[in-house]
Design a protein around this ligand. Structure first.
Ligand code: XIL
Length: 355
């Protein structure tokens, strides 16, 4: 009998100990919301991961659960169940829910592309209905949205012309998406979100031209999202320059999908180029410095009232999208493959200042 009790108490002790996280919570150390993207289904079954998520983050972005192909997989079939569960989770844990993303060429379901090609007029009507149903349903619940994601070319200047949205509706599709979203929830924070804008100044300039034009004409944009999928060798000076110019618009600035890779890729699926096969201590420390630099730049350059927050695109090297998507073996996150904090975590944490 005694033995049973002993084992029970031991088990309880191990359980409680495992539940204790030694590291300070990022959300408490930061003067702005800190978030991570999460894939809801595996996440809900992963106690350790959800424990860490609750401990560190006060903002939640769905990895893919809120994309168009999930919400509207077939014509007239809206699937809200998973988003409703995410809403319950974020409410129960006092987390801000961020909506990623309303209009993105890459998440547009095939049935929409096919129908738009046959009947171009229909696409605008569909966009309006989709955005208004979606944003309207979560009015006052989803705090902000990536209204349009990746509307500019991967490299260099100009719109992404091969996107079905651009090809069918012209550049006006972006402005329309913002207007529809604003009509559905006038209080939602509405972002234009893109990648490589922190390093490719031609791309950045194209985006800024659009943003400044929107501001002049009162198109209801409220923020710029820098995805910030960076590489160790992206110069801080360039990041600081683009952040400064973006902050000068007075809009909210979200570092919306942060990760820091060592290897490289050509921006396409499967396009990874493996330069490093092993993560050394030296690399760990260099990455910690890069994460610290990023936080410092964000805090110094972006005025407090414009700091919408920093969101990691998955926060551990086990689950990172980088390895699956680019077919790489990299270590881009602040937690490692065993869910232990890396020097990158402490680099980020120690660079946080509350004021
Ligand atoms: C990625 C997801 O993390 C992957 O699981 C999915 O296969 C592809 O999309 N920019 C974005 C995100 O805006 O939505 C992408 O997320 C990563 C790049």
């Amino acid at each position: 009998m005694n033995n049973i009790f002993l084992s029970f108490f031991l088990a309880l002790h191990v359980f409680c100990f495992a539940q204790e996280i030694q590291e300070s919570a990022l959300k408490e150390a930061a003067g702005f919301p800190v978030g991570s993207s999460i894939r809801f289904v595996p996440f809900m079954q992963d106690k350790e991961l959800s424990h860490l998520q609750k401990h560190h983050f006060d903002s939640y972005t769905a990895g893919s659960d809120m994309k168009m192909y999930q919400i509207a997989p077939r014509e007239n079939a809206y699937q809200w169940a998973r988003v409703d569960s995410i809403v319950d989770y974020t409410k129960a844990n006092n987390q801000r829910l961020f909506g990623h993303t309303l209009i993105w060429h890459s998440a547009t379901p095939t049935w929409v592309v096919k129908k738009a090609k046959k009947n171009p007029e229909w696409l605008d009507t569909f966009m309006k209905t989709y955005i208004q149903k979606y944003v309207g349903r979560y009015k006052g619940i989803v705090d902000g949205w990536d209204v349009v994601n990746e509307g500019f070319n991967t490299r260099g200047s100009g719109y992404r012309k091969e996107s079905i949205w651009y090809a069918t509706m012209g550049e006006e599709y972006i402005e329309k998406a913002f207007r529809y979203a604003h009509e559905a929830d006038p209080d939602a924070v509405l972002f234009y979100n893109d990648f490589n804008i922190e390093r490719d100044t031609l791309k950045f300039n194209s985006m800024m031209k659009m943003v400044e034009d929107f501001q002049r004409r009162d198109v209801p944009i409220s923020g710029i999202g820098f995805q910030m999928h960076i590489r160790m060798d992206i110069p801080n000076e360039v990041i600081a320059y683009t952040l400064q110019r973006a902050a000068d618009t007075g809009l909210q600035i979200h570092l919306s999908e942060v990760d820091v890779i060592f290897n490289t890729h050509d921006d396409s699926k499967g396009g990874g180029i493996q330069l490093y096969n092993k993560l050394t201590d030296e690399m760990r420390l260099a990455q910690a410095k890069k994460y610290a630099d990023l936080v410092q730049m964000y805090q110094e350059i972006v005025p407090k009232k414009q700091q919408y927050g920093i969101t990691f695109w998955g926060f551990n090297d086990r689950d990172t999208w980088i390895n699956r998507f680019f077919k790489l073996r990299d270590w881009p996150c602040i937690y490692d493959e065993e869910l232990n904090p890396k020097p990158a975590f402490y680099g980020f944490l120690n660079a946080l200042t509350v004021d």
